[in-house]
Design a protein around this ligand. Structure first.
Ligand code: HMG
Ligand code: MG
Length: 298
């Protein structure tokens, strides 16, 4: 039977910020991650060691990672696209990484300038070194419920890519609705199909809220048995390759829903809300979290 505990993977400092126009200085990012550490979160994606030409916001990855307060029992994974990124990450003491690919060929080409198979080939040497170094590796599959270029993405393609990432050694596979087009029945069917090939405890869901479906999709996936959910404080982000795509589902809203369902997260919602409101101020925009708006209304 599924447990009542849900692990939130907080991706705001990486997936959220990578798509925000306002460039934040490193000390604000460090303050953000330190605040997130004090909420009770156990997994906080800290930054990304990709090419700074592709993602200028995270060019300060090394500085940020070096200066965050690393609490015992909390993981601070970082995104790594290739061996160069792995070396940069290891040079500052990273112990958990995330590799990423997509279920759609066209999206992969735009995002990382490689086909799906080429991107997985690139991970093989990274995975080998990670294994030798005792570094944990998480894997992302993007565009699991739709692609801005090819439209529909066959579930069989999602299953194939997720299975491959699991086979090459990712301990957890995050299934990403990158452009937020999914609806609950589709999300459930996709998760169910992947879970036939990759055990449910090794799966996570990652929704963006473009069409306002993210919480409904998460609920459907919780009912199917998933117990790891990615989200971003204040609902930051977007997708540079999908016009009109909004941010990740807000962590505050996910935690509020989970606690309302009687599920445990270990997260202090008040501290999370204060962090989200503070971040929105730093980005000079209104928070995308409905819970933060409700709880901080004057
Ligand atoms: P490329 O241009 O094909 O790479 O980029 P290259 O190997 O030809 O190298 C070009 C230049 O980049 C070289 O520098 C390299 O040294 C440098 P130059 O000689 O021109 O001065 N370079 C690097 N520099 C620093 N760190 C590195 C690195 N690698 C190469 N690691 C590459 C290929 C993969 C590097 C590039 O396409 C890239 O960095 N892409 C990242 C894009 C990205 O971060 N997208 C967002 C993440 S995915 C996502 O958000 C989805 C997710 O959230 C889930 C979901 O929502 O569904 C995970
Ligand atoms: Mg994302």
């Amino acid at each position: 039977m599924s447990t009542n505990h849900v692990r939130i993977v907080e991706v705001g400092a990486r997936d959220g910020l990578q798509n925000e126009k306002t460039l934040l200085p490193a000390d604000v990012k460090i303050a953000l991650i330190d605040r997130l550490s004090s909420t009770g979160l156990k997994t906080i994606e800290a930054t990304s060691f990709v090419s700074p030409k592709w993602v200028p916001q995270l060019a300060d990855a090394a500085e940020v990672f070096q200066h965050i307060r690393k609490l015992p029992g909390v993981s601070y994974p970082v995104l790594v696209p290739n061996e160069q990124g792995y070396e940069r990450a290891r040079a500052v003491g990273v112990t958990e990484i995330a590799v990423f690919t997509a279920a759609s060929e066209a999206f992969n080409r735009k995002n990382i300038n490689a086909s799906i198979d080429e991107s997985i080939e690139r991970f093989i040497p990274v995975m080998k070194r990670a294994k030798e170094d005792g570094v944990k590796v998480r894997g992302y599959v993007s565009t699991v419920l739709g692609c801005p270029y090819q439209g529909e993405v066959p579930v069989s393609d999602v299953v194939r890519v997720a299975r491959r990432l699991h086979e090459v050694g990712c301990y957890e596979i995050s299934l990403g609705d990158t452009i937020g087009v999914g609806t609950p029945a589709k999300a459930r069917a996709m998760l169910k199909a992947v879970a036939q090939e990759v055990p449910m405890p090794a799966l996570a869901v990652h929704f963006h809220d473009t069409y306002g479906q993210a919480l409904a999709n998460i609920l459907a996936c919780l009912e199917e048995g998933v117990r790891v959910v990615d989200s971003a404080v204040s609902g930051t982000g977007g997708c540079p390759y999908a016009k009109g795509a909004t941010g990740n589902v807000a962590s505050e809203d996910v935690v509020y829903m989970l606690h309302g369902l009687g599920m445990e997260t270990g997260i202090d919602l008040d501290i999370l809300v204060a962090t989200g409101a503070w971040l929105a101020g730093q980005l000079h925009k209104e928070t995308a979290s409905r819970v933060t708006r409700a709880l901080t209304a004057a």
